[in-house]
Structures are given as structure tokens and as C-alpha cells.
Design a protein around this ligand. Sequence first.
Ligand SMILES: [Zn+2]
Ligand SMILES: [Zn+2]
Length: 365
Amino acid sequence: MGTFCSVIKFENLQEVKRLCHWGPIIALGVIAICSTMAMIDSVLWYWPLHTTGGSMNFIMLINWTVMILYNYFNAMFVGPGFVPLGWKPENSQDSMYLQYCKVCQAYKAPRSHHCRKCNRCVMKMDHHCPWINNCCGYQNHASFTLFLLLAPLGCIHAAFIFVMTMYTQLYNRMKIILRNKTSIESWIEEKAKDRIQYYQLDEVFVFPYDMGSRWKNFKQVFTWSGVPKGDGLDWPIREGCHQYSLTIEQLKQKADKRVRSVQYKVIEDYSGTCCPLNRGIKTFFTSPCTEEPRIRLQKGEFILATRGLRYWLYGDKILDDSIKEVSFSPSDVSRIRGWFPRNCVEKCPCDAETDQAPEGEKKNR
Ligand SMILES: [Zn+2]
Ligand SMILES: [Zn+2]
């Protein structure tokens, strides 16, 4: 870094205008997109950060990006070094061995050439590179070459992550297809087990669309004609299951969600921004990493929260004037639901009234 600072001078900083060219714009765009995608992929899908391998992988990714950009900017802003204008050899008799550049009004020093793009005589000129919008020569020969070495290595690492991400996605997809499920149905099944365990019920949830063999399940999705089986409305079910086994379970879960939800009263206004500045630093930095909406809150309103994080809650705004007659019907399209900061609300004293199980649902808790 010391070398970098010593070479960067004020006149180098004026070279920032070199960025305004298709070469650097494309090159930096590609570097930014590839490294960002690789980082997001490795954190979210492929290799979790809390594992040693995952954190090493992430540090390596950042390392590639930093080293690639360092050498790239070094090559661009430090530049090749130009022969001083009006230069002549110390011993004037030596000028007979040199060519003269009319543009620079100077002799061409050994190994230097005049670059038409840079409009200067360049020390030990190699070539003018549009990707760094500068010449490659005496001062930046090393950084330019290191950039060429590091860029493909970083790309190989990123490609490995992309391939592994795709492979993980494919593996997960195939796993559920072989059980004739979708991602959502896997989640419903998991919640069904959780519900049965929570209320200690005698029932057993059997996924109705599992045909019993992987091959039969596979054939439900992949056919030789390319057209999936059935009409998309009626589904073949396994023995002992009801055509509506899954939807019945969904209704039970919906009712259960209401039972387990907690009623809150809004005590402070919230604008609905993603990372609110006025709700404290912890709320700001722990904003849920999801595309789900935030809801605007006004003091005095009531909310039915169904889930939450430490500093955030997710729930439905109770739109009815009388808070006790809350509509839960699926046809209720005027629902306002989303995330909001926990410190804008307080638990309702009347919440105990909603904490009752529907008939036949709760048992020996
Ligand atoms: Zn010249
Ligand atoms: Zn040049």
C-alpha cells in the first residue's frame, strides 16, 4: 500500500477522467457484477458464512476482488510513465542516435514510443490498452500483468461458486420432485409435523401426492411428450388419503396461526421505510433481509403479529374498527401485512382473549 501511495500524486488523481470510457466502464462493471454475485451466492445459497469453509471462501472472494481492483487501478492511474516534454539526452552528442518526436518536442528515449491515444511519448511502451484506457509501459507493466493473472483466477473461483449454487439448486429441486412435492408443500408438511407435536395430537399427516416410488413421482413431472401428466386441477393421490388432505391441513394451519398470533397496539408512528433511522441502531441494522413489505403504522392502530425477529415483527394490521371482530376469511383482500419495528408497538392487555384454540384443536398442552 505504501508503494501505491508514494506513486499516486496529484497529477495522477486528475486522471480520474480516464474512467469515462467504454473500456473501464465495461471492465469495472464485469468485476462488480461477478464479485457481487459470487459473494451473494456463497453467503445465501451455497456455503453458509458460519462454517469455517464458508468464511474462508468468503474471505478469499473479497481478497480476489481487492487484489484485482488494486492492480487494475494501479495500472490505470499510475500509468506507464511519460518521457518529459522537451527531453534530450544528457550528452547532446547522443542525440544523433535518437529519433525526434515532433508532437512532444523531445527526443524519444530508448524503448519509448509515441502513443497517438495518449498523445505522449511513453516510457518502455508495450501497447495502449482500451480496458484500462491507458498505455501499458515502464511503471505499470507489473500491475497490469498481475491484473491479467488475478482476473482469471478470481473468475475460476466465482465460476466454481456459480456451478455449486446451480448444483445445490438442482439437487434440492430433484429431492422434492422425487417425493412429488413442491418447495411450498415441503414447508406445509414441516409445519404439519410441528402443529401435531405442539398440540400433541394423535393424527399423522401423510403427504397425499407421494406415489410411493421415486420413479412414479419422477414420471409425474417428466414425460416423453414434454407435457406434464394430468390437468393441473385434479391430482392422483396415494391410498388412504383424501383428495383434499393437503388443503385441509392448510386450513388447520391457518387457524392455528391465528391462535398463536399476538395482538399489539401501536404506540409510536412508523413511516414504513426499510431501515428506519429514528428507531434505534439495532432496529436499523437488523432490518429483515427479505422482499416482504414493511407496513406504515400510526399511533393507536392494532396489529396481529404472527412471527418476529428480535427487533422486528411481522403481522396483519387490524382494519376493523372494533378490534375484537377481526376478519380472518381468505377472501379478505384488503389485508395490510408486513414487517414493522418491535419498539413501535406494545403487547395488548386484551390479547389473552385471542389466545384460544379453535374447537378440537388444542389438546393437553
Ligand atoms: Zn511523442
Ligand atoms: Zn497510450
